[in-house]
Design a binder for this molecule. Sequence first.
Ligand SMILES: [Zn+2]
Length: 320
Amino acid sequence: MRMQRWQQEARQLPVTVKPFFGETVLSLTRRLSEANGLPETAVLRAAGEWGPGGTGLHIFDRDAKPNQLALERLATMSGIPVTRLNIVLPGIHEARDLRLPTDYPALRWFRPWPPSQPACRQCALRYQAPGLLARQFDSTMMCHRHQRWIRWQQVDVSSDPAVSDAHRRYLRLMSSKRADRQWLHGQFKVASEIVQTWVIGKRWHPDLAERWQDRIRRLRLAWHDHPVICFPETVTLAETITDLDIRRELALVPDWKLPAFFATVAQKTGANKAELSYNQRYFRQWVDKHRHRFSADRHECLVRRLAKSNTPPPESGHFK
Ligand SMILES: [Zn+2]
């Protein structure tokens, strides 16, 4: 039987490439192959046995996890030390439940989260690597070094500082120690869905409509539904609905104090206050649902207040 490439002795390739932080194993091995004039999967095939599910074009949305022997072969072929590969390739440390053989070099495929995506075009140019695929931690949306939005369609956002400011706040929010990541991601999704209803009904939110039109002009966007347009407002809303003190306040205040809450959200986001409070609208429905969840706590608070009791209301963490 013909010897497989991974069964042959590994040798250093004449041309090496600089690895990109967060790069997928697939992207690095493809760049190495191309730099050496080899078919694009040659280095990957030489690194180790692939196992099932490693053929066809669908592998481009995957990452590969190498075992120690495959990692050492990759280090030999690329001339990049194992310690460096361990730092730059997130795929090595993930998918812990994948079973990898230990007695021969092997890689196994998995679908990464966050998914891999083309790296910032300017970063890729610096690495002379068009088509570089990288994984961004915390679902990063932009490259701050080059002021470039990298999700969906890449956009130069240097002309609108509100975007990079919002992105910094977004990263801070997502790494917040006060709440778990899964909950934060879920809440950010809720905020995105609410803001999407404002986008669809923007004639009811004239200030926002004007702001977004201005952003489209300033960023010279060809796609009028690009997610960057309403990103700053989405982050502001996400900050509000994930603020545990605000959630507690919103759950416990009597109905007559609600207009003050809608006024605060309107002032922060630029949305129309009357529209926010209209009970057929999505945001109002979210507010009502939140208050409904904690109606027993609200009732108890009221009873305590009437009885002039000093018992404090539940901690803010209760209102997640
Ligand atoms: Zn960049």
